[in-house]
Design a protein around this ligand. Structure first.
Ligand code: SAH
Length: 393
């Protein structure tokens, strides 16, 4: 069996079940493993640490799978991990008001590099690594057996694949292709999703609970849904009794979908603006416009730790601009999905924005990602989404 040996002193994260070995921690690769091959990881003294799959093209050279030396990483091993991840979603399968959620959350579900989302009767699979590409057929067959979906579609158009030296991979894996627009249910609301071309795997499933929490504060308020995508937050606030919603997104395709979603839910108290949120907020301030609730759900502004500093300035600027537009006692629901920005750092950023805006702020709720996107304690990187619901005095 091929093995990968770590430099002295680099074994601690692996012992604590952190799933990543960076290339810089490796001193020796024995047996010339190919991208995706399963290897044994040893400490500097040659003692077994874990099994993982290897990719020489990635900075994350090994993703750890198993810490039991006698285990075999065979088809059955993968099937068991997958079945366990699906079984953990029992409570979500039981819900009659929601039929779209995440089934496999990669490393945090002990299946590194693998995302599986369920949208009604269809599944979307995303393989982010060479190791995961190898087991795609096993996973697809197992999903088919457990869930009997109408179709399983692969969305492999993510930058993560590039970092692994892999091409994009999109297409049907099993069954029939999903319709161009598939209707799903979330918290009793209707949403159309485009599984083949939409953002992410079609919908921001991780915000499901947060949409409901934010909606609780929306009654009779005029709402600005910035970075609206297909309308998840804005539509939820109208369901919660908001007076009107203005949605902004830079993507025409997103706004087209969003308009349809407002329509099928029967909401007409809404306006839509295509453009850059940063510019539009500045312009609104000049025009003395104000809102009683603002939702800020920007894309990842800090994809990596190195970009964290520039991203912090952008987050601060965004929150400052929003605070300037909020009426007294207005509600700000503000998010960051950058794993490089911790919850503490994010709160600090909002504090700096408040200082510059000259506003007092109360935190009403601290938010994270939905339960189907679990945070694995030994893998802090899986805690990527953080949000605050604040009252801006
Ligand atoms: N709130 C959404 C998800 C937002 S994802 C939901 O609940 O589903 C981020 C969105 O911001 C994307 O739709 C993207 O098209 C849009 N976007 C990215 N940069 C932007 C910018 N500078 N101005 C406006 N929209 C932007």
């Amino acid at each position: 069996m091929n093995f990968v040996a770590l430099k002295p002193g680099k074994e601690k994260p692996a012992r604590h079940h952190h799933p990543w070995i960076f290339s810089g921690a490796i001193t020796k690769v024995d047996g010339a493993p190919e991208p995706g091959d399963v290897v044994a990881i040893q400490d500097a003294a040659g003692e077994f640490l874990a099994w993982g799959y290897y990719n020489p093209h990635s900075q994350i050279a090994v993703r750890l799978l198993e810490w039991e030396k006698s285990a075999a990483i065979d088809d059955e091993w993968w099937r068991k991990k997958l079945a366990a991840a699906v079984a953990r979603r029992g409570q979500l399968f039981d819900r009659s008001d929601t039929d779209a959620f995440r089934l496999v959350h990669a490393e945090a579900d002990f299946l590194p590099g693998l995302i599986v989302d369920k949208y009604g009767g269809f599944l979307v699979l995303q393989s982010q690594t060479a190791g995961c590409d190898r087991i795609k057929p096993i996973i697809a067959a197992a999903l088919n057996e457990i869930l009997k979906p109408a179709g399983i579609y692969e969305r492999g158009d993510v930058t993560a694949r590039k970092l692994e030296g892999l091409q994009h991979a999109n297409g049907l894996l099993l069954g029939i292709p999903p319709p161009d627009l598939l209707e799903i249910k979330e918290n009793g609301l209707r949403f159309l999703v485009n599984l083949q071309h939409g953002q992410k795997t079609g919908f921001y499933l991780d915000q499901r609970e947060n949409r409901q929490r934010v909606a609780r504060f929306a009654k009779n308020k005029t709402v600005l849904d910035a970075f609206a995508y297909s309308g998840g937050f804005g539509i939820s606030t109208l369901a919660g009794g908001a007076a009107a919603v203005l949605s902004i997104d830079s993507s025409p395709a997103a706004l087209e979908l969003l308009k349809k979603n407002y329509e099928i839910n029967g909401f007409s108290q809404s306006e839509f603006l295509q453009g850059d949120v940063f510019e539009i907020l500045r312009k609104f301030h000049k025009e003395n416009r104000s809102f009683e609730m603002i939702i800020l759900d920007p894309p990842k502004l800090a994809p990596t730790k190195a970009q964290a500093e520039r991203a912090q300035r952008a987050y601060k600027d965004l929150n400052l601009r929003a605070m300037k537009l909020l009426a007294p006692e207005g509600i700000l629901a503000t998010f960051s999905c950058s794993s490089g920005v911790t919850a503490e750092a994010f709160q600090q950023i909002v504090f700096w924005a408040a200082i510059d805006a000259g506003r007092e702020v109360q935190i009403l709720e601290r938010l994270s990602q939905g339960e189907d996107h679990p945070v694995r304690l030994g893998f802090p990187e899986s805690n990527y989404l953080k949000g605050l619901i604040c009252r801006i005095l």
